[in-house]
Design a protein around this ligand. Sequence first.
Ligand SMILES: [Fe+2]
Length: 301
Amino acid sequence: MTDVFRVMQLSDTHFLGDGAIAEGGFAYDTSEAFDAVLAHAGRGAAGADLVVVTGDVADHGLPSQYRHAAEALGNFDLPVNICPGNHDLDATFTATLGRPGLSTTRVIEAGVWAFLFVDSNAGGMETDESGRQVDPQDPLERLHRNGTLGAREMAWVRDMCDTVDAPNVFVWVHHPPAPRVPMANDPDYSTEWAALLAGLPQVKGFGAGHTHIPDVYEFHGREVFVAPALKHCFDLENKTWLPPGYRTFEFGADGSVASELHLVEDDRWPRNLMGTAIVSLFNGELTFDELAEIVARRQAQ
Ligand SMILES: [Fe+2]
């Protein structure tokens, strides 16, 4: 590799099947948002060496949604590697996304860097009668879940950090640890990561998604970079919607990480003010069920 390894990160693409409309029109058309991002970055992904997608690839884990995702992501002229989010389902995710140029591999080494693709849904998996780890029977259990690593995934992270050759490790994962979004901040998940980081000085940072609120903050001395989403995207500080977008990263030979946020500014995605109920949801003052009740009441009026 040259001195710098470059990555383009997409997250929360939430691809739908043909003709499906996201959340009754409340969300962006993710195909339209993806096409805009692709046009903005170009098929060469803004000069990147690798495209990373950090989960919620499909909106509901359906095979047709993954086929659509694979077709769209296949437009890049460089390798794309993908890890799952809580909207993905393990069997369909694994069976449908791998093809030449597109992979769901878990470790990629590039010079002085090793990239781990961690499954932050692993702690919610169940053991079937054959001993295999599978998704819970009720897909909604996964859909609404916060991050959870569990003992197996934590042991895997330690094992990979010990085994890779590279002196620097960067974690790609759907759920960011300790996000600055109260609704998405699960202290148990942050505790899992804090315990891991205490013994893994080679881990230099995180690239994540999940919140649909782009951000950069510090967690136990590491920078956490949160990508924008394609489904809907927000600025919780200024309480506005944001256009869809992506992040670019430069991984230096000296172990440094630099990242830039790119939003696709366009009249289709104005920075309208967020509704007070949505702000309350993100701030942890309303549950999803309470929000759904409010929406239903308003629609009935
Ligand atoms: Fe998402």
